[in-house]
Design a protein around this ligand. Structure first.
Ligand code: HEC
Length: 154
């Protein structure tokens, strides 16, 4: 029979191993990927109005360059010039702003994911990501999505 003392020792060992493992893969680090947003999206916990929504705008030079102008005034200070999450304000935040050059390559970065994230921001998760749904028009949010998807070009 395990004594209570041995049980507690095992429990302690287990907690130490799991917490160091988390640090090892970066989950507890301030600049690690912010996974709560991905989890919520994958569980389908986003408001119905965003589910399966598609970008109605054509991928035109005009829309992408409008997106770029918006990005420079609304996002760059946090997400950085090339979207890498390293803007001057962004570097001070925990969690840090996402690296959008990485985000755009993930299968999760659908139109719905981007529109929901930009509209509602980080209120749900207590992060500094602002909710742009009230500040910007739908068209502007879609233009920003096109700019992110373009890989920060033009
Ligand atoms: C005040 C700083 C700040 C500003 C300004 C800001 N963001 Fe963010 N953003 C964050 C932070 C912090 C996160 C990570 C936490 C989160 O997802 O809520 C984030 C996350 C994101 C994500 C989620 C990406 C992922 O992989 O999880 C997207 C997309 C995004 N931002 C786009 C934008 C766009 C586009 C703008 C401008 C319209 C913008 N952000 C402006 C701080 C900011």
């Amino acid at each position: 029979m395990l004594s209570l003392r041995t049980f507690y020792l095992f429990l302690l060992l287990f907690l130490i191993i799991t917490s160091t493992a988390c640090t090892h893969i970066g989950i507890n680090e301030s600049n690690s990927l912010f996974i709560n947003r991905y989890t919520e999206y994958m569980l389908g916990n986003i408001p119905e109005q965003y589910a399966d929504i598609k970008n109605p705008l054509p991928v035109s030079k005009e829309n992408i360059s409008e997106g770029k102008n918006l990005y420079q005034t609304q996002c760059m200070m946090c997400h950085g010039v090339l979207g890498e999450g390293n803007g001057p304000i962004g570097e001070l935040l925990v969690p840090q702003p996402a690296n959008l050059t990485l985000t755009r390559r993930l299968p999760i970065a659908t139109d719905a994911f981007l529109f929901w994230t930009l509209s509602e921001g980080g209120q749900l998760f207590n992060t500094a990501m602002p909710a742009f749904g009230e500040r910007l028009s739908d068209k502007e949010i879609w233009q920003l999505s096109l700019y992110i998807n373009s890989g920060f070009t033009i």
